[in-house]
Write a protein that binds this ligand. Sequence first.
Ligand SMILES: Cc1ncc(CN)c(N)n1
Length: 217
Amino acid sequence: MEDGMTKRWLGAHKELLHAATRHSFILSIRDGSIDLGCFKRWLGQDYLFVRAFVRFAANVLVKLPKDVAETDIDVVLGGICALEKEISWFRSESSKWGVHFDTLIPQKANEDYCRFLEELSASSTHYAVVLAAFWAIEMVYNDAFATCLETDAKTPSELYDACERWGNAGFKAYCTALQQLADKHLQMSSIDIQGQAEQAFLKILSSEVEFWNMSCQ
Ligand SMILES: Cc1ncc(CN)c(N)n1
């Protein structure tokens, strides 16, 4: 099968991809040197992010044209259902780590990222662009956290569950399904839309880097 557009982007933007998926925050989980204060900061901020991400994902579903294949809708719907479990997981972690979500204030990198998701949700954004963005957001977490599960990783046992959540094989399969979906619709789109999708992909990678940076401060 011919390579899809997203695979070409991954090859063309290796440095930024590496910065987003092998950030020092992730590497410090992997080698066991993580400052747990950073982990707690990430946990709280990511809970706020995921709440915004649910709205974004719901908007992706709404944007899908009525004549797309039912299996395409199922992939996005499955992702939204998974987010419900993700939110429950964050809530159970909140008591485990003593992080109180109700008094949290979103930090700038988080606000900026959530604002970008809102911009993507505008009615003028083509559905192929948001499908590509949806894939990119999930792919970064899968790729990053999967490294913390490798056999030579020294991931602290209390953080293993977090890494498993996004690094497991089922989540990888879901990311691959999202990628194939994005590729299929990008292929049917104009060059202009394809260009917009690549820009969104790049913005997501840099927003993920900023998000990890924020967690380490
Ligand atoms: C910042 C961020 N990016 C991605 C994911 C994966 N849903 C997340 N929870 N948070």
